[in-house]
Design a protein around this ligand. Structure first.
Ligand code: NAP
Ligand code: HSE
Length: 435
């Protein structure tokens, strides 16, 4: 039998506990069989040793300082599950790679924001870095792109990348509950990030999208060029109107290769209710990849939570045990290109614009004049309720046009006295022929 692979886990929260449990339950059985060597948890670290976590850590070494795992000679693989792009998580990964250890992490924030440093460390390290759990929880999208679709030139990767937001939007639609209550439920269930604004403001999806774009297009992940809008301004009215028009609201991350560069966006979008992605609900994630030879491929499954995420982390550990870890971006770090971002203002699309405006004579004419001046052509207008002089919701659906023109119009419309709340803009995404 080959020598055991010794694991050190930093962070015993939702994911860390899931990984610990999965390894303890199955390491002696199918995990060792598939790895062709025993896999054992040798050491752990977290903030609070005495915290009740429902797992027995008495038989493994404890380190008060997680970075000590990188110097522990009896640890072959450092599994970083603390989170955060700064501080101890980065220190641990850096030290582990400098010491030639293998790293497995679920930390998308760190990979998205510090990819340049990580790639530099990897160039010099005998160790490797695996991060299947960093994108779409239990869905093997990283292996899918890097290995299964390695023969394709990829033109786009897009989908639902945040379980918390998908859960919130699905619950708001099915229960009519408001945003704050549903967010609390997602936090209790362990889906949300430590700072939930990362989820609801679209930042977490942006982190994941930039990693996917790096893999798909062979470039250094570039979070700073992701155009981001979150879901916290979505009201039940938007969801209701969208449904009346035959759409569902989904927070989508979209990365496309265009002639002018790479377009990356995260924003709530209207998708036709007949589209497969429209019925991906709850914490499920769904990622489409468009490859030139394979065509359109859909990956879907649980995108958050301790067990699905542990599944991805332990798959990476098994790869290390098998001695078959591929480079982070599927190619030598030195080959990754610098991403050239496309100007989002030039992106073409149609839009859903919700206004809350006073029901008065001539107010729509003011809005129409702005739209005309900004070259925005309207396909339909919907007004609910009539209460002269009182605020009413008005929905405008635009024809296809450049985003820059629409943004300019929205800015001017928001200054009208009759518009009593900030306008809410959402893109309508039909993804060409796939529906
Ligand atoms: P979590 O429940 O908040 O757990 C974080 C753990 O890290 C806690 O056990 C905490 O210690 C420990 N920790 C934090 N700062 C530390 C420090 N300075 N020193 C030592 N230990 C420290 O987070 P999580 O949900 O498991 O997420 C972990 C990572 O997985 C993050 O990168 C996250 O983005 C990623 N991820 C999460 C999910 C998910 O569904 N939750 C899915 C995919 C990826 P104590 O418990 O002792 O306080
Ligand atoms: N907070 C993240 C989500 C966890 O809701 O998708 C998984 O990355």
């Amino acid at each position: 039998m080959n020598a055991p692979l010794k694991i050190g886990i930093a962070g015993l929260g939702t994911v860390g506990v899931g990984v610990f449990r999965l390894l303890v339950e199955h390491a002696a059985g199918f995990i060792s069989d598939r790895s062709q060597r025993p896999v054992v948890v040798a050491a752990v670290s977290s903030r609070d040793k005495g915290k009740c976590r429902g797992i027995d850590i008495s038989k493994v070494r404890w380190h008060d300082n997680p970075v000590a795992l990188a110097d522990d000679e009896d640890v072959d693989v450092v599994v970083e599950l603390m989170g955060g792009s700064e501080g101890v998580a980065f220190d641990l990964i850096r030290k582990a790679l400098e010491n030639g250890k293998h790293v497995v992490t679920a930390n998308k924030a760190l990979l998205a924001l510090r990819s340049v440093e990580i790639l530099e460390l990897l160039k010099k390290s005998k160790g490797t870095l695996s991060c299947e759990a960093a994108v779409a929880g239990g869905v093997p999208i990283i292996k899918g792109i890097r290995e299964g679709l390695a023969a394709n030139k990829i033109s786009a990767v897009y989908g639902i990348l945040n379980g918390t937001c998908n859960f919130i939007l699905s619950e708001m639609r099915s229960t009519g509950c408001d945003f704050d209550d549903v967010l609390k439920e997602a936090q209790v269930k362990g889906y949300a990030e430590a700072d939930p604004s990362f989820d609801i403001d679209g930042i977490d999806s942006g982190h994941k999208l930039s990693i996917l774009a790096g893999l798909a297009f062979g470039c250094v992940p570039d979070f700073s060029s992701v155009h981001i809008r979150g879901i916290s301004n979505i009201s039940p009215i938007d969801i209701e109107f969208a449904e009346d028009l035959g759409y569902r609201v989904k927070l989508l991350g979209i990365a496309r290769r265009t002639e002018k560069g790479i377009e990356q966006s995260v924003e709530p979008c209207l998708v036709p209710e007949s589209a497969p992605i429209a019925s991906v609900d709850g914490t499920l994630n769904a990622v489409y990849v468009d490859g030139d030879y394979v065509g359109n491929v859909l990956f879907t499954g649980e995108g958050a939570g301790g067990e699905p995420t542990a599944s991805a982390v332990v798959a990476d550990i098994i790869d290390v045990a098998r001695g078959r870890v591929l480079p982070f971006l599927g190619m030598a770090s030195s080959k990754a290109e610098i991403l050239k971002p496309a100007d989002i203002n030039e992106r073409i699309g149609s839009y859903f614009l919700r206004l809350i405006m006073l029901d008065q004579m001539g107010v729509l004419a003011d809005v129409s004049a702005i739209l005309r001046d900004c070259c925005v052509s309207i396909e339909s207008v919907l007004q609910r309720g009539h209460s002269f002089g009182q605020p009413v919701p008005v929905i405008l659906i635009s024809h296809e046009m450049s985003e820059g023109g629409m943004l300019k119009a929205v800015k001017l419309i928001s200054k009208l006295k009759s518009v009593v709340k900030s306008p809410h803009l959402m893109r309508i995404e039909t993804f060409g022929t796939i529906y």
